[in-house]
Structures are given as structure tokens and as C-alpha cells.
Design a protein around this ligand. Sequence first.
Ligand code: SF4
Length: 65
Amino acid sequence: MRLHIDRDRCTSIGLCEALCPDLFELDDDGSVILIRGEDVPDDVDTEQVDAAVSGCPNGALSTTA
Ligand code: SF4
């Protein structure tokens, strides 16, 4: 699974970080950092990833297989 961020849509609300802290972090400027890169590692709970993607209020997150 690969993560994508549409940075034009992201408004730095931080819900992704709250729902999936293993992958998402906001830096001091409010930019989302993919802590472990775009490719989701096998040890990450995919339910958390799905929660972050579907929970983003701006639809800024998506995944591809
Ligand atoms: S939940 Fe969406 S809008 Fe909020 S910081 Fe994450 S990507 Fe950006």
C-alpha cells in the first residue's frame, strides 16, 4: 500500500496524526510528514491507515495498492 497526500487540500488539522501516529506527524510548520515514507510497512495496522485516510476532513489522503 502506498500513501499519497494532496498538499493543496491539507489544512494541517492533524487528525491523521491522531488516528495513525505510526505514519503521520505534523512538523512545526503544520506540514504533514510521512514518518516512514510513502510505502506503508507491513508492521503498520492497516485499519489505522484506513481510519486516517477516511478521517481526513479535506480528502487530502489516499492510498494505492
Ligand atoms: S487529516 Fe488531512 S487535513 Fe488534517 S493534517 Fe492530515 S492530511 Fe492534512
